[in-house]
Design a protein around this ligand. Structure first.
Ligand code: SF4
Length: 339
């Protein structure tokens, strides 16, 4: 007998589980996966959605592991699954908790320092921030969270994305001289931290930072007359400066929607999202990718793996976070949701 296709298995399981299950999908997922999502969003939208889910007991997360962990932290009574636990994030992995605790022995002595972590971080890093009076932020609310942090303390320890941290701090008006980088392999001397109001962890996203460049922006301007360029704030600060605007996934969508008819827009973010935007808004604007950059970890989620996950819903797919980590990480996430 012929085997059922992943498509049929997914549809059958969705029907069988009905309102007991919700599939969440991040914008960077490929079309062949995102079509099965009940709700699509960026990190902030998905975190808010998780907090609102009432009826469903099962959450299947089509995204990367830290996102599924965030769902566990926000809804510990739910069963959260991911189709591939190896879908990680090199940016999140850049901040190992032991390295961060070693850094905190020095940074924590500098006065009232508020630790802020980008949501693209491990559950342990979120718990560290929660325990120490800090919060989580996303690329969509980083400015608001940074302002909040400066209302609580004199300095901010920003993890793990140095580019999001610097781009946001610059928007707040802080000069680069008041920012320092903490590289765990080559930590700065305490003297170098004296004037630092923001201490940035030495991490970056390989999908945005090294591939989206000033030269790429200049080339887009050369090839496309009157093009508007918008990049994600995980891009490096000089690229952001060379662009017309920067913003989170949701802010990029708003930017596109606000353009006059016929505008050409070059977008610097993950390619699945750029392609989808281009298809959705082709009648209004002409969207081109700044560069074709795909997230290899997001691509680990496939219809085949989603079908297996939905068929089995076993420990192989279940995402768990230790109880003590949940409690502290939740503090940091809930602070963000309140800001
Ligand atoms: S796009 Fe970058 S930050 Fe997002 S999951 Fe992939 S590697 Fe991590």
């Amino acid at each position: 007998m012929a085997k059922d296709s992943p498509h049929k298995i997914i549809l059958d399981r969705k029907k069988a589980l009905g309102g007991r299950m919700v599939i969440l999908g991040h914008h960077y997922q490929a079309d062949e996966v995102i079509r099965y999502a009940d709700f699509i969003g960026d990190s902030l939208e998905l975190a808010r959605k998780v907090s609102e889910i009432k009826q469903a007991q099962i959450i299947v997360f089509c995204g990367v592991l830290f996102m599924a962990q965030t769902a566990v932290i926000l809804a510990p009574d739910k069963h959260v699954y991911i189709p591939d636990k190896h879908a990680g994030c090199p940016l999140a992995d850049a901040a190992a908790i032991d390295d961060v605790l070693r850094a905190w022995e020095v940074i924590g002595e500098l006065g009232r320092v508020i630790p802020i972590t980008y949501v693209n971080s491990s559950a342990e890093i979120k718990a560290f921030c929660g325990r120490n009076g800090g919060a989580v932020c996303t690329s969509g609310n980083a400015l608001k969270v940074l302002k909040w942090a400066f209302a609580q303390g004199e300095r901010v320890f920003f993890l793990p994305d140095q580019n999001l941290g610097r781009n946001t701090a610059r928007t707040l008006g802080l000069p680069d001289q008041e920012m320092a980088i903490w590289d765990p392999l080559n930590p700065p001397l305490p003297k170098a931290l004296e004037n630092a109001r923001v201490i940035l962890w030495h991490g970056w996203c390989p999908v945005h930072a090294p591939v989206m460049t000033v030269r790429g922006v200049e080339e887009a301007r050369r090839h496309h007359e009157n093009v508007k360029v918008i990049v994600h704030p995980e891009a490096d600060p000089e690229t952001v400066m060379a662009s017309d605007a920067f913003g989170s996934t949701a802010q990029i969508i708003d930017y596109v929607k606000a353009q006059p008819l016929g505008t050409r827009v070059a977008i610097g973010t993950e390619i699945n999202m750029v392609r989808r935007l281009s298809e959705s808004y082709h009648a209004i604007v002409n969207i081109v990718p700044l560069v074709e950059s795909a997230c290899a970890d997001m691509a680990k989620i496939t219809p085949e793996k989603l079908a297996c996950c939905l068929m089995e819903l076993t420990e192989d797919y279940r995402v768990r976070v230790p109880e003590n980590v949940i409690a502290d990480a939740r503090l940091a996430l809930e602070r963000m949701l309140r800001i």
